[in-house]
Design a binder for this molecule. Structure first.
Ligand code: ADP
Length: 408
């Protein structure tokens, strides 16, 4: 049930034609970002995304077959399908038709999931239940790393286990900003790298950065380009991430191979774009978002950093202009997750390895980071596996065990 007449895909943020509709391939492309958290594989590969119809009025109908129609994960999959398909330019409405996999399809889906587990595909050690957020920006210096560490620290403080991957390989600053030092070591039992851990509040940070592998920043600079892509791939494949609820990736600035590589390895990743209020920053940030979309990544929202500085006397200084974040968000059709004002405590906190958000007494920037974390958790809610009774793997194991017993 394809719609061959659907117009060609728009180039998103550059906004060719507002009425251009996505193709069914585009819809199936973004559906590859919806992972069944139980089976650890995307719903297209599992055969659960049965098909999509793009109507002329912008209504997109998607048929999704579940392993068990009563599975509590249905709400989760529903939300993901809606937000990813709804995030495609030209989509006005999303309708999901539910059905159930037949017994044969269930067996096939399970075999596929098993095969993937056996092959360690899709080639990453990131748990299927982890929400992956790429923090991206058009250019350097807008506060991308600052935003990454503050959001990660706040999520951890709230009791989550949060991975932070510093993909800004040669411009790494995450270790210093989080106050984490040391050398990455291999796990004893397997050939994996164990992330550095830091307890924060009720939660834990797991951090991986080039900074834990090289002695001096200049060395990293020398490696620039040569191993960049390989390094990021290693960080995803060869790091023994724990059961992290979130994985925040501090992306290198700009567009490029790294983004595409990560999009391929982690199709479930979503992107948050950091920009300053300056209109000039907006165009480059829009390009990054546009590229993300062409890699079928969902853009979860925009964060404006270095917004107006409010002096103690109440005077407002718009050092980097105003309105850039909201404008970018409107252009992309995504929410503005918040604005972080210029605040000296942000830089001080980063220099001292104590993200400002953890200092409960400080002012406007820390408050902004907390509010943005609230919004992020709304937009990209953590996976809740509790209460899911459709553990078809276990059910299958039991059934097989019974068969074995009967046969013996
Ligand atoms: P990027 O990762 O985009 O290159 P950084 O996060 O390294 O940018 O930030 C660049 C500099 O700006 C750092 O010195 C940081 O401490 C400072 N900075 C970032 N955000 C703010 C803010 N809201 N207020 C004050 N200083 C900030």
């Amino acid at each position: 049930m394809t719609n061959e007449t659907a117009p060609a895909r728009p180039s998103t943020a550059d906004g060719e034609s507002a009425s251009a509709r996505p193709t069914t391939d585009d819809v199936m492309g973004v559906l590859r970002g919806v992972i069944d958290p139980e089976l650890g594989t995307d719903i297209v590969e599992l055969g659960m995304a049965r098909g999509a119809v793009v109507n002329d009025d912008g209504l997109v109908e998607v048929t999704v077959a579940l392993t068990t129609s009563g599975c509590p994960l249905r709400a989760q999959i529903q939300r993901e399908v809606r937000s990813r398909v709804g995030g495609l330019p030209g989509v006005e409405k999303v309708k999901i038709h539910w059905s159930e996999l037949t017994q044969e399809e269930k067996t096939a889906a399970m075999a596929k999931a098993r095969f993937n587990v056996a092959q360690n595909a899709p080639d990453t050690a990131v748990p299927a239940t982890t929400k992956v957020v790429m923090v991206a920006s058009g250019k350097g210096g807008v506060g991308k790393s600052t935003v990454t560490v503050n959001l990660a620290a706040e999520l951890a403080r709230r009791g989550m286990r949060v991975g932070v991957m510093d993909a800004d390989i040669w411009g790494y600053s995450v270790p210093r900003m989080l106050g984490v030092e040391g050398r990455l070591a291999g796990a004893e039992d397997e050939k994996k790298i164990v992330p550095m851990e830091k307890a924060v509040g009720d939660g834990t940070l797991e951090v991986v950065s080039m900074g834990f592998l090289v002695d001096r920043e200049e060395t990293a600079l020398m490696w620039r380009g040569l191993i960049l892509n390989r390094a990021v791939q290693h960080f995803l494949e060869d790091v023994r991430w724990g059961q992290v609820d979130y994985l925040l990736i501090d992306m290198p600035p700009g567009t490029g191979d790294v983004q595409m590589g990560i999009a391929k390895m982690l199709p479930q990743a979503e992107m948050v774009v950091v920009t300053t209020p300056a209109r000039s920053a907006q165009k480059v940030a829009a390009r990054v978002a546009s590229m993300g979309r062409s890699n079928y990544l969902r853009i979860a929202g925009v964060i404006e950093n270095m917004s107006a500085f409010v002096a103690p006397d109440g005077e407002v200084y718009e050092v980097f202009g105003q309105g850039g974040g909201q404008e970018l968000a409107d252009d992309l059709g995504v929410p503005l997750l918040g604005q972080v004002p210029i605040d000296g405590s942000v830089a001080t906190g980063s220099d001292e390895g104590a993200p400002v958000v953890l200092d409960l007494t400080t002012g406007p920037a820390a408050d902004a980071f907390r509010a943005i974390t609230d919004r992020l958790v709304e937009e990209v809610p953590p996976v809740d596996m509790a209460g899911c009774t459709a553990r078809i793997f276990e059910a299958a194991e039991e059934a097989l065990a019974k068969l074995d017993l009967a046969a013996s």
